[in-house]
Design a protein around this ligand. Sequence first.
Ligand code: SF4
Ligand code: F3S
Length: 107
Amino acid sequence: MAFVITENCIKCKFTDCVDVCPVDCFHEGPNFLVIDPDECIDCTLCEPECPANAIYAEDEVPEDQQQFIALNAELAKVWPSITEVKDAMPDADDWNGKPGKLELLEK
Ligand code: SF4
Ligand code: F3S
C-alpha cells in the first residue's frame, strides 16, 4: 500500500507534507505534488500535516478520487523529487476546498 495525494492539492501545494517524510517520496509538478508508491513506507506522518486534507491511505481514497492512485504512480516517475518545504501557490487558501480542480492539473 501507499499514501496518495488527491485533487485538493491542485493549485494549493502547501508542501507541509514534504517536511515529515522520512524517505523523501514526494515529487513536484507545476501545481500538484504526488507520492511515489514504490518509495512510500506507509509511516502515516504526512496525512495529518496537509492543510488541504488531500492525503489518504490508498485503501481510504474516496470513491470519486480513485483515479489519483494511478496518477500519483504515473507522475512520480516523471516529476522531480521535492525534499524541502517551499511557499504554497499564490491564492492557495482561496483554492482550498474548491471542486473540479482536476481539469486545472498541469503536467
Ligand atoms: Fe512519506 Fe510516510 Fe507520507 Fe509515505 S506515508 S509519503 S513515507 S510521510
Ligand atoms: Fe499538497 Fe497538502 Fe502536500 S496541499 S503539497 S499534499 S501539504
